[in-house]
Design a protein around this ligand. Sequence first.
Ligand SMILES: C[S@@+](CC[C@H](N)C(=O)[O-])C[C@H]1O[C@@H](n2cnc3c(N)ncnc32)[C@H](O)[C@@H]1O
Length: 361
Amino acid sequence: MACESDAQSPSYMLEAAFRAMEPVSSFISLARQTGGGSLTEEIQSIILNIVIETSMQSGIRCNHTYVKNLLKKVIVAAESNYNIVVEGLYEQFANIALVQDNVNSDDNNKIFKMISFLFPCYAMNLHVHLHCSLNMLEGDTGCALWPSSLLLSEVILSYPKLFKDKVCFEVGSGVGLVGIALAHVGASKIILTDGDTSSIKNMKYNLELNHLNSEKVSCKYLPWESASESELTYCNPDFLLGADIIYDPKCLPHLVRVLCILLKQKKQFVFKSADTHQEIALQCDDRKEDLVLEELDAPVAYIANVIRNKETFDNFLLLAEEAQLSVMDITEKRRPMNLLPYMLSFDRKSVRLLRVLYKSE
Ligand SMILES: C[S@@+](CC[C@H](N)C(=O)[O-])C[C@H]1O[C@@H](n2cnc3c(N)ncnc32)[C@H](O)[C@@H]1O
């Protein structure tokens, strides 16, 4: 398929930033960058069109408080730069200013974002719809979107072959973005887990929004404190994933115990067909000479995390060491493509990527 070249055209980037509900200051910086340093009339017209078109599309639910704020700041930024302000911007702002803000503060915190992963080839772009909260603490932090899941999703989408046809198990999945990226690259089975019930409910909703069925991607309530060995080992994952899960000192011993059980699973031996190398569920009457015994690799964990508190992170490393886990920082080695070039608020340098393995004797 031919690649269209406008994947990162100014209007495409600004639209992606608008739909991802980038903070207004980041959106204006992007608009300025796009306009060669100022909010030219052309850039203002692009913004106006994006706002008008988006509000007219029925499937898109935009938060009018955000739109009102954005239009106001665009006008102020253009005026203070002595740019001519495009007439329609005032009109659009006046229209939206008449709409009353949502008075229910709980609902007001809930937003719909569209996170667009932009590939060099337009046809490969992935648009993920997410229902999430503006309150970072809602649902024990699991209803908000965190930067590490953006980076981990970029890693997954940048190295699709690594995860294709693999069983993946995520801990502390929150809004479910990583699971959606795994489904996109063809992981065979995806198990998303979280210890907060409202986050699980929201995650399920997000999977529906992105048309993912529960056979391929399942959600499971799994608090680290009480997760039993059988709950963790039943699915024999190839990969274990986690984004922004190392932050609460109280939870660390439980998290390390969970990682250890998942990663410690003994290497599996499975019978595969000598011809096709497909795994075979062994029946008594199978001819053993047609089969080969193959060793499966032990699971590997990829954890993306922002180190907000060095003491907490060092404590995680210490507990991991005591539990025979080897933790390697592979941020540079597995550097992903920049698939979110419009997201100026995303500080990808703040996220570390760790590979965790169980040290076999
Ligand atoms: C900072 S959020 C990150 C969410 C998501 N991975 C992301 O990056 O957007 C941490 C997640 O870990 C979950 N979590 C925290 N403590 C937990 C525990 N003890 N057991 C299971 N999940 C827990 C929270 O519910 C939340 O979803």
